[in-house]
Every structure is written in C-alpha cells, then in structure tokens.
Design a protein around this ligand. Structure first.
Ligand code: AP5
Length: 238
C-alpha cells in the first residue's frame, strides 16, 4: 500500500476531474466521507446503497427485489446492481469525475465497472481503502442515524444532530436503517469478509490502492484523503 505524506493544498470548491472508489467494510465511513469529498471537490457521489434504498422506498421493481436481500444483510445480485450502475453512468454529471461508494463489492463487479468505464474511455484513478477495526464498526453502525430527506449521516454519540432526530442541514427526520440491527450488522460483516475483502488485494495489484486509517475522527480521515488526492494529482501532472 502507498503511504504519502505532505500537507494538503486542495481547497473547498476546487474542481478536480478524478474517478475514485471508496472501499471499506460496512461502517467504515464511506458514505460520510464520500458526501463531504463530493461537495468539496465538485464530484458526483454514486452510492449504490443510496440508489437501492431510494428504489425500495419508492417501491420500484428493482427496489422490491433488492429490499429482500438488503434486509437480510446480503448482497443484491450482481445483474440487478450492474443494470443500475450502467443507468447511473449514462447521466452527464459523471463526465466531471465521481466517487463510487459501495461499488464494487466483489471481483465480478470490479470487472463490470472496468467494462462500463472502458466503453466511455474512462478508468479509475484511485481506490481509497478505509481501514477500520471491527469494534469501531459495530459501535458506529448501532448508533447511526440517517436523514430521510437528504441522506446525511449522523451518530447518536459520535456526531449527534443539534436538535433531537432532526437533520442539521435540511430539517428532515432522522431514522435508523433497518439493516443496522445487531444480527444484520454481523451478517453484513461476514458478507464483506467473504465477498468484498479480496478487492483490497485486487486493486493493490493494479497499483491503485491507497490506505487510510479510518478509526480516527471523521475530520482527520477527510484531511488524510484530501492529502492523498492532492499528492496523487501532483505526481500525475503532465
Ligand atoms: P450500503 O448502504 O453501501 O452499506 P454498507 O456498505 O454496509 O456501508 P454503510 O453505509 O453501512 O457504511 P459506510 O461505510 O457508508 O459508513 P457511514 O459513513 O454510513 O449498502 C447497503 C446494502 O445495499 C448492502 O448490504 C447490500 O445489500 C446492498 N448493496 C449496496 N451496494 C451493493 C452492491 N454494489 N452490490 C450488491 N449489493 C449492494 O458511517 C457509519 C456511521 O458511523 C454513521 O453514523 C456515521 O455518522 C459514523 N461515522 C462515520 N465516520 C466516522 C468517524 N470517522 N468517526 C466517528 N463516527 C463516524
């Protein structure tokens, strides 16, 4: 894994056209960091979990099929997720760069992603792995609260909202995800180890993997990520 050290110079609002994957177990902070990063660097945030939950709450055919797997903590079948991804990649905002959060989850999905990007003359620049310990994951997921309107994440203890069960950003109602129950968290962790953990080596072998210790507080994690992106840009300037 690559470790780069230098103070970050990228500032909020800077535009960078990059394609980044955030990789890590459930609760590593992928959604939290991806949302901040997308806002700060003007990148599209593509969260397969968010797209699936939106479909489930709207009761679409995809949502109804996916819900069954998500509630059990299992992966939604690759064919369903790949169709959804291809559709998302047909939207124009991805041309200016994006952050993928929750995709790929296995080698098959990684290969599908390569194909989808190749058809658009694109490739992944960086895969940022949020390295997190299991005790931290369980503490985070069991206390997570999500805004029903804008999707922002909070945590009962780590990142409490200013007003009880109300989003600081948009005033939406906060709720607990159905898959954040203890038994389902355990199942999701098992699925991650079995299906997704091999992606770390996969991207390491492609020299695309950068690792960040994500047990730290969220602002420290984002600073480290920005620093890595900054270093990457510097070393890839033509
Ligand atoms: P998805 O929504 O992607 O869930 P996940 O991968 O299990 O990840 P989480 O959203 O639980 O965690 P996160 O890493 O985003 O952490 P977060 O930032 O929220 O997928 C859900 C389901 O959809 C899957 O189980 C599967 O069924 C299906 N699915 C999705 N994609 C799929 C695919 N590609 N293929 C097949 N099926 C798919 O943070 C967690 C909590 O910790 C929050 O409360 C947050 O406030 C807090 N927190 C975050 N960072 C910190 C920090 N540094 N310090 C303290 N607290 C923190």
């Amino acid at each position: 894994m690559k470790v780069l050290l230098r103070p970050a110079v990228l500032k909020a609002g800077d535009k960078i056209n990059m394609r980044i994957i955030l990789l890590g177990p459930p609760g590593a902070g992928k959604g939290t960091q991806a949302k901040t990063l997308a806002e700060r660097l003007n990148l599209a945030h593509i969260s397969t979990g968010d797209i699936l939950r939106e479909n489930a709450s709207k009761g679409t055919q995809l949502g109804q099929q996916a819900k069954e797997y998500m509630n059990k903590g299992a992966l939604v079948p690759d064919t369903l997720v790949s169709q959804m991804l291809t559709q998302r990649f047909s939207q124009p905002d991805i041309q200016s760069g994006f952050i993928l959060d929750g995709y790929p989850r296995n080698i098959n999905q990684a290969e599908t992603l390569d194909d989808v990007l190749k058809q658009r003359n694109m490739g992944i620049d960086m895969v940022i792995y949020l390295d997190t310990s299991e005790s931290v994951i369980i503490q985070r997921l069991s206390g997570r609260l999500v805004c029903s309107l804008c999707g922002r994440n909070f945590h009962i203890k780590n990142m409490p909202p200013e007003k009880e069960m109300t989003c600081d950003d948009c005033g939406g109602r906060l709720y607990q995800r159905t898959d954040d129950k203890e038994e389902t968290i355990k199942k999701r962790l098992e699925v991650y180890k079995k299906e997704s953990s091999g992606l770390v080596q996969h991207y390491q072998e492609k020299s695309k993997l950068f690792s960040v210790s994500a047990d730290q507080e969220a602002p420290m994690v984002i600073n480290k990520i920005i620093q890595l992106i900054d270093e990457y840009n510097d070393s890839h300037k033509k």
